[in-house]
Design a protein around this ligand. Structure first.
Ligand code: NDP
Ligand code: PHD
Length: 394
């Protein structure tokens, strides 16, 4: 009979994570804590974050826009040519920020968005670019195309980019469950990228999971590898950033309106968001789960390559500007005590443990904003479960 150990943890990371492990940081060591991967871009326009006390700079600036490290620019003849699809959006802006933060090398960069934005100026690393309308011909001589313009745009233009020889990293849900397309979190299943290489002229599509799935799996996978997860119960507390720039603007506007005693303007969400919480705005399905919750179930099965793991999720929208948080309850097949779990997490790629019981300090969205790592805390045995397999006696 399988033994069980149950742990609960909370994680908070920037919303709208990206995982593009086909390219690595120019100057990072693979073993460094921040990882060798470009990941965890999140939904936040620079415009908005300045107002909300989040991001301090933008890729348009130089030193001020760096999240960390020495400022050098990535423009280099040896680098790949890049296209950012949906560059005017919250995630697109974040792509630029991450490329800048990581000194990601590029020989050219194309700024693509809808017809509405064609002709607008986009500054990046001291150069002014003109936003172009996305068309099927946009990908000639593009090595890497970062897509974040929604599922329908990915479906329409992703294959064209691949045919033109680009490696497409798609942030939408369009291709995630396609069995021939790798669904990748670099810290979790980098092997899914085997055979995909930038610069050999052979295009490929890589799907990026839902941000709630990424957070859960960056935290849960190291423990899964140690003791095999039998059941995962997740509850999310999702920020405005996951719903895009307009949702963030709506949260700010509503907050001002409510404080001024005015009725809140509801354009993005159908109900008051400021000073409220509600079930995730994704469509509710016949089984009573919403689409966001079912993505967590299905994507976990695909990424772990194991559909026997029981997964259930409850996704909630909270009035936080950026960085989703999650409560994750794991039940294991093999014994796993709390201290071992904490130690595993402390050494896990992409994870930072903030677990200070004495000071009652655990991860918060404010601290997790603009950081790459998934912050994990409140690691403890679940006392509602029978048995105390391998647990220290309190
Ligand atoms: N994997 C993850 O964790 C997450 C993934 N996402 C994905 O990223 C997408 C974008 O999210 P977000 O940035 O927050 O949304 P925004 O609404 O902030 O931005 C949308 C972007 O898509 C562009 N766009 C819209 N229509 C077209 C079109 N017909 N042709 C070309 N570009 C177009 C917009 O350009 P314009 O300004 O010209 O309208 C804009 O640049 C989401 O739809 C989702 O698929 C989002 C959050 C999390
Ligand atoms: N997870 C986002 C929604 C989203 O964009 O999801 P996906 O990448 O699966 O389309 C949110 O917070 O609402």
């Amino acid at each position: 009979m399988a033994t069980e150990a149950v742990l609960a943890a909370a994680a908070a990371v920037p919303a709208a994570s990206t995982s593009q492990s086909v390219f690595s940081r120019k100057s990072s060591s693979p073993s460094s804590f921040n990882g060798a991967h470009l990941r965890h871009g999140f939904a936040a326009s620079d415009n908005f974050s300045r107002q909300s006390g989040g991001r301090k700079g933008s890729p348009a600036s130089t030193a001020a826009g760096k999240r960390r490290g020495v400022v050098t620019m990535g423009l280099s003849q040896d680098g790949p040519s890049i296209a950012v699809v949906g560059v005017t959006g919250a995630v697109g802006q974040e792509f630029l920020q991450v490329l800048h933060d990581r000194d990601f090398p590029y020989r050219s960069i194309k700024m693509l968005a809808s017809k509405r934005s064609a002709g607008k100026k986009q500054e990046f690393e001291g150069h002014e670019y003109v936003v172009e309308e996305l068309t099927e011909g946009s990908f000639d001589d593009v090595d890497i195309a970062l897509f974040s313009a929604g599922g329908s745009i990915s479906k329409k233009f992703g294959p064209a980019a691949v045919n033109a020889g680009a490696i497409v990293v798609d942030n939408s849900s369009a291709f995630r469950m396609d069995k021939d397309i790798p669904l990748v979190v670099p810290e979790v299943n980098p092997e899914a990228l085997n055979g995909i290489k930038v610069g050999n002229g052979k295009g490929a599509l890589i799907a990026n999971p839902n941000c709630s799935t990424i957070i859960a799996l960056v935290a849960a996978t190291p423990l899964h590898k140690a003791a095999k997860v039998k059941r995962m119960v997740v509850s999310t507390y999702q920020a405005a950033s996951g719903a895009g720039a307009a949702a963030m603007a709506e949260l700010e506007q509503q907050t001002r309106e409510v404080l001024a005693g005015q009725p809140p303007t509801c354009n993005i969400f159908s109900q008051q968001y400021a000073f409220n919480i509600f079930s995730h705005n994704a469509s509710v399905l016949e089984n009573g789960y919403n689409e966001e919750e079912m993505k967590m179930v299905k994507e976990t099965h695909k990424i772990w390559n194991d559909s026997s793991v029981k997964v259930t999720a409850t996704c909630i929208r909270v009035p936080v500007m950026r960085a989703h948080a999650e409560s994750i309850n794991l039940q294991f097949e093999s014994p796993l005590d709390e201290d071992t779990a904490r130690e595993i997490l402390q050494n896990a790629p992409g994870v930072v443990v903030i677990d200070d019981r004495e000071r009652n300090r655990f991860p918060t969205p404010l601290e997790a904003s603009n950081k790459d790592d998934v912050a994990v805390g409140r690691i403890r045995r679940d006392i509602s479960q029978d048995g105390n397999w391998g647990m220290p006696v309190p």
